[in-house]
Ligand binder design. Structure first.
Ligand code: NDP
Length: 328
């Protein structure tokens, strides 16, 4: 038995509860991990609250990521004592996840904990930060250089947004942060934003094409925000779209794509191939200022995770939340 959050669906409805879990609940897997730290990402909050149908099997341990130590393995790449991290692969959705003290997973899903980070720091980054890096890599691959002009980050005070700002600033880009929380302007500027704009400037229905402003965009919001971001991206610029915090729709025109050669990159962290994951973690180790990471991170215990999940969906959580799973 071990401590964790378990989501059940039965006569009592959809319930997430901290409890002692029988290891027999865990699905098949060739590696058993003693989980030390996990995090709360947007998707975890959806799973814990049941607000969206993220969980596809019951009972389910939520938590789309974790850091911990291998205790047993029949996978050739891993042995007892190895420190590992996991992001995505349907963990916390279709396969029991990281918000419990033990996980059993496929060895193919794991990556080694980078030497630059402690388990806690790796989870302070978490799936949100790793996705922010996937977005940065997409803009870089497109050839966007700091001298090309401003890069817009939407949903700036959130997890992906906060890490994206810190990374872009470290790499020399001029970052414009779009937020609904202008009271967080000092926080966003401390992370590296040169300018903070009110998200209402982007969230209302806009014109099919507007004045060119952004060399690149990292969008976590979707809907009109993504459409307006595309409409105001400069000639041959690029937009990396990873989120839907403002809506899953995309009420846009083809004008920016066919008149300005704008490229829209879809960013998926869940099924990303191993080589890309390793590259992203290697670049996080190189390019993320750990002092900024600390400034955006708050620690909670497993017992607080359910309440904090609800607050996260209400836009009340700033930056990243790490969960001390080992501490209970
Ligand atoms: P957070 O909740 O930490 O951040 C989301 C931010 O979006 C909020 O802080 C808020 O920023 C902004 N926001 C919230 N609601 C709205 C709204 N109605 N309209 C406009 N802006 C809004 O979540 P994460 O950073 O962890 O994730 C962000 C998005 O990225 C989510 O949709 C998530 O599902 C997605 N994601 C996708 C991944 C992938 O693989 N594609 C991986 C990880 C995340 P502010 O207050 O500054 O305006």
């Amino acid at each position: 038995m071990f401590k964790g959050i378990l989501i059940t669906q039965g006569d009592a409805g959809y319930q997430a509860e901290l409890q002692m879990i029988d290891e027999a609940v865990l699905p098949e897997g060739d590696v058993r991990v003693q989980v030390a730290w996990s995090t709360l990402n947007y998707k975890d909050a959806l799973a814990i609250t049941g607000k969206s149908p993220v969980v596809r099997r019951f009972p389910m341990v939520p938590g789309i990521d974790f850091a911990g130590t291998v205790t047993d393995s029949t996978h050739p790449a891993w042995k007892a004592g190895d420190q590992v991290i996991l992001n995505g692969w349907g963990v916390g959705e279709t396969h029991c996840g990281g918000l419990a003290q033990v996980a059993r997973v496929k060895g193919d899903w794991l990556v080694p904990l980078p030497a630059a980070f402690t388990e806690r720091q790796a989870m302070a980054i978490g799936t949100a930060g790793y996705t922010a890096m996937l977005c940065v890599l997409a803009l870089e691959r497109h050839g966007i250089a700091p001298t090309d002009g401003e890069v817009l980050v939407t949903g700036a005070s959130g997890g992906v947004g906060s890490v994206a700002i810190a990374l872009l600033a470290q790499l020399g880009y001029t970052v414009v942060a779009s937020t609904g929380r202008l009271a967080e302007s000092d926080y966003l500027k401390a992370l590296g934003a040169s300018q903070v704009i009110d998200r209402s400037a982007l969230s209302a229905p806009g014109k099919p094409i507007g004045k060119e402003r952004w060399a690149g965009v990292i969008d976590t919001v979707g809907s009109h925000t993504l459409a307006n971001a595309c409409a105001t991206t400069k000639y041959r610029g690029a937009v990396a779209a990873c989120g839907l915090a403002g809506g899953m729709d995309f009420p846009a025109s083809v004008a920016p794509f066919i008149l300005r050669g704008v490229t829209l990159y879809g960013i998926d962290s869940v099924m990303a191939p191993l080589a890309l994951r390793l590259q992203a973690w290697q670049r996080l180790a190189r390019d993320l200022d750990v002092a900024k990471l600390e400034a955006m991170t708050r620690d909670i215990g497993l017992a607080q995770a359910i309440d904090v999940a609800a607050a996260l969906l209400q836009g009340q959580v700033r930056g990243r939340v790490v969960v001390d799973v080992a501490g209970g």
